[in-house]
Design a binder for this molecule. Structure first.
Ligand code: G4P
Length: 531
């Protein structure tokens, strides 16, 4: 059956990294392999180097294509690969977290010299929430970096995941000679050549063959023999099931800018990474091969040109087949919608599609019907789970500075927060609007967009909150008492759930002690408690 075949040949994933580790470079090389682009430099970095909203806006406008680069589809070895882009800037971390809900696996890029960095750890925490399978690519081996054994220890330690090298580097920096594939028993020789496509691969089932000395020189050949012995002793054969469960991360070494080790990574990725997976819903688990179509919105991209105020909602298809011009059920609004121009993204081109399959991400033109987390089905009334909001880190009160424009401000902030630019909480009395973000840059972006797109004026006033915590309770009376006593710190999110705006880690701890029946969560879906 066509649907089953289409599912089998799809892979939907994201590349994640701390800024500068090499995500953009690796993405570009993947697209080159997929034939989706012909020249290096075609993928624009989504890095924002200056932290001014106007720069950000400028970049967003220039990128116009950024909608297209949000999803990069390409074909490689009969496989349809959907690569979802994640913002590089840390202030947009929440956007990245949400994108991770729409993928089935990730490739994590690490800079060999810097090892695990702050953003790497946070991204991995999000992956672990859903047990997302992870492949690690240690990049920049053409430069001096950390000792590979130390790196493996660091990865296990800081990322709390078992790792297993599938390739092993032979030296680093100027003496870097290549990697040995422990799994395929192949020696991949390094040459610093940014334009080459094929790796130079030699088969070496037995490293004791004297030819190895000729290829690597005696010292390096002996070192590799020793390393291989050691690694074979430490690691069991690669366990794909453990990888698929998110328990074990295979590790590759290479140099993205030299296109070295990239093909090896991509080939193995296709071999071992999961096909499109199902997702949990309020009515049970939905499998991709189910006949009925279903999907969810994980990202909304606004057109920043005020003359064309349309938005594109990104839908991840979970089950069934999506067809153009067919009515589907918008569960939250209990409304039937159909789409005449659903868009697919192949590298940097957009095109209208007739059909799309599980694992695909399509763009739906939207006049304001969608917000992040919305579910579309063929009629069933369930919602997808696992698209949580994360506690913001910075909170500010939105203050209207032009009373004549209250309506515009209200509408603007509602829409911007539906898009996921920031989170909106309402604090009583007075229905005060608290805007929560991960970074300062969003406040500037919001102010700029409210002004330019909605003609509303505002300013932000700092509020000293530490975290927003959603709550569950085994004792409703205790919950009600808490809500009453802490009224000054209780706000309501967009779905009218009460949220405790904890002023500090200390006061959060106190609340936990004083109200033992309550559990405080830093996400709106409750797999993690605040630690
Ligand atoms: P990011 O998306 O993760 O932020 O990183 P990006 O790919 O933009 O790479 C960051 C920098 O690291 C770039 O240099 C890039 O060329 C370099 N780089 C990527 N892979 C390798 C590698 O294997 N070896 C070495 N030595 N460098 C690598 P840049 O100077 O910031 O930009 P550019 O002017 O070189 O493009």
């Amino acid at each position: 059956m066509k649907q089953t075949e289409e599912i089998k040949r799809r892979r939907t994933f994201a590349i994640i990294s701390h800024p500068d580790a090499g995500k953009t470079t690796l993405t570009e090389k993947f697209l080159l392999f997929g034939g989706a682009i012909q020249t290096a430099g075609a993928v624009k970095s989504n890095k924002i180097t200056k932290t001014a909203a106007s720069d950000f806006m400028e970049i967003e406008k220039q990128r116009g294509i950024s909608v297209a680069t949000s999803v990069m589809g390409f074909e490689y070895r009969q496989t349809k690969i959907n690569l979802l882009d994640t913002p590089g800037h840390k202030d947009f971390a929440e956007d990245t977290y949400r994108t991770l809900t729409a993928v089935d696996s990730v490739i994590l890029v690490i800079d060999a010299a810097n090892g695990v960095e702050a953003q790497t750890e946070r991204l991995m925490e999000v992956c672990r929430m859903r047990d997302t399978p992870v492949i690690i690519f240690v990049n920049k081996l053409d430069r001096e970096g950390k000792d590979p054994y130390d790196l493996l220890d660091e990865l296990e330690d800081k990322l709390s995941i078992q790792v297993q090298p599938l390739t092993w580097p032979i030296n680093m920096g100027p003496r870097f000679k290549g990697v040995y594939n422990l799994y395929k028993k192949e020696l991949n020789l390094f040459s610093a050549n940014k334009t080459k496509i094929e790796d130079q691969v030699l088969r070496f089932d037995d490293l004791n063959k004297p030819e190895l000395n000729e290829v690597l020189g005696e010292d390096d050949a002996n070192q590799l023999r020793e390393d291989e012995q050691l690694l074979q002793g430490v690691y069991d054969p690669f366990d794909r099931e453990a990888y698929l469960k998110g328990e074990l991360a295979p590790v590759f070494f290479g140099s993205a800018v030299n296109n070295f080790g990239v093909k090896e990574l991509l080939d193995t990725f296709i071999e071992i990474s999961p096909n499109p997976l199902g997702r949990p819903t309020t009515e049970g688990f939905v499998h991709p091969d189910q006949n009925h179509f279903s999907g969810f919105i994980f990202k909304i991209h606004a057109n920043l040109d005020p003359r064309h105020r349309d938005r594109i909602a990104f839908l991840r298809i979970v089950s069934g087949v999506f067809s153009r011009n067919t009515f589907y059920h918008h569960v939250r609004l209990n409304k039937q919608l159909r789409f005449s121009n659903p868009t697919s993204f192949m590298a940097q081109d957009k095109s209208v599609i007739e059909e799309a399959y599980p694992g695909d991400v399509i763009g739906l033109y939207d006049a304001g019907n969608f917000k992040i987390g919305d579910t579309l089905t063929q009629g069933e009334p369930f919602f997808f789970k696992g698209i949580p909001s994360f506690s913001p880190e910075i909170f500010k009160e939105l203050i209207n500075t032009d009373p004549m424009k209250s309506k515009q401000l209200e509408k603007g902030i509602e829409q911007l927060t539906d898009e996921g630019v920031a989170q909106l909480f309402r604090l009583q009395p007075g229905n005060r609007k608290v805007v929560g973000t991960v970074g300062e840059l969003q406040f500037e972006v919001i102010q700029y967009r409210l002004e330019h797109e909605y003609k509303a004026a505002c300013r932000f006033q700092a509020m000293n909150f530490y975290k927003a915590c959603w709550m569950t309770s085994s004792d409703n009376e205790q919950l009600q008492t808490f809500l009453r006593r802490k009224a000054d710190n209780i706000a309501y999110d967009k779905d009218d759930n009460p949220v405790f705006l904890a002023p500090s880690a200390f006061l959060l701890d106190m609340a936990r002690q004083d109200y033992p029946a309550l559990t405080f969560h830093t996400t709106s879906e409750f797999k993690d408690a605040v630690t």
